[in-house]
Ligand binder design. Sequence first.
Ligand SMILES: *Cc1c(COP(=O)(O)O)cnc(C)c1O
Length: 374
Amino acid sequence: MSPSPYAEMHPSVRLLLGPGPANVHPRVLQAMSAPILGHLDPELLTIMDDIRAMLQLVFRTQNELTLALSGTGSAGMEACLLNVVEPGEKVIVGVGGYFGWRLTEVARRLGAEVIQLDYPWGDIADPERVIQTYRQHQDAKVLALVHAETSTGVCQPLEEIGQEISRGDTLFLVDCVTSLGGIPVEVDHWKIDLAYSCSQKCIGMPSGLSPVTVSEKARAAISKRKSPIPSWYVGFDVLSRYWSEERMYHHTISSTLLYGLREALRLIWEEGLENRWQRHQKYGTLLQERLTSLGFTLFAREGYRLPVLTTVALPARLNPTQARTRLLREHSIEVGAGLGEYKEKLWRIGLMGSNANRANVEYLCGVVTEMLRE
Ligand SMILES: *Cc1c(COP(=O)(O)O)cnc(C)c1O
């Protein structure tokens, strides 16, 4: 039979062990089938308030301006940069992976003068070097780093850098897309001014929303802009008027996505944020131990390995691309390919949200063991 656009669809049940999306808890999907509410319905506004309160807990912040943007993590990245950066201003960006590079690209498109601090893929940006660069460019508007670099599996230390930057006018912008809900993120304690994430990685819902939080220091900088914020849709000035008491009509936010996010955050709250970090750490470490004993080589620098996203080179017997294709076709398991020059060389394995459990580690390692025996 030829494929028809009118036929029923039956997407396969996948075990999503790539860099996101991850599988979501059934309670989240169920919440997303609740009746639609209008974007200014008092019931929906209450749900938005609940979400803000829970996002403040997950981000560990008191920031009033904490909300879920309509869009994916990339929307959060664009929003955080474009609300604060004006043409000609300096933006320092640490680049040791694909997403650091993407930050420079967004900043360039905004007309910023990008000061690129390169460091090798698989390594961290050495805090001393970052601080040195900052001291040479204290007039920079923003210093931006990726907390969990999903292309390399590296966790970037932030605290020392945040403390240093907080003394001046430069804003500290951090990509928390892969870290939020999976490993410690301490927005207030680390003096982060702008942080964004996504819904489909460690938060545990489908993609479509981007949690964002903005400090008072960043809000003050926005109010002192010389040129208008070059976006309506993700302009924090107008968005905050929708998410605050004023309830100004801004855009038709998806009630369905908000239900999903509320339930996903409630699951985090039920588990306890710190327990959740520990669970991700435990099974990420277990996966890394198992893979090493099977002859895989971990890519990220020891001591800075993310538990939520493991980057590995395969034993010579396995071709990364072919083995990945077989995992999907024969076992319905998705793992990620490397990015950039590592496309044919690495696997990126995610254990995010409810996927971070022993059964998934055993299942994947069992299948891989079989493939190695053939
Ligand atoms: C996934 C990811 C993004 C992009 O998020 P989308 O939701 O795919 O738009 C940005 N930064 C990092 C570090 C990521 O892992």
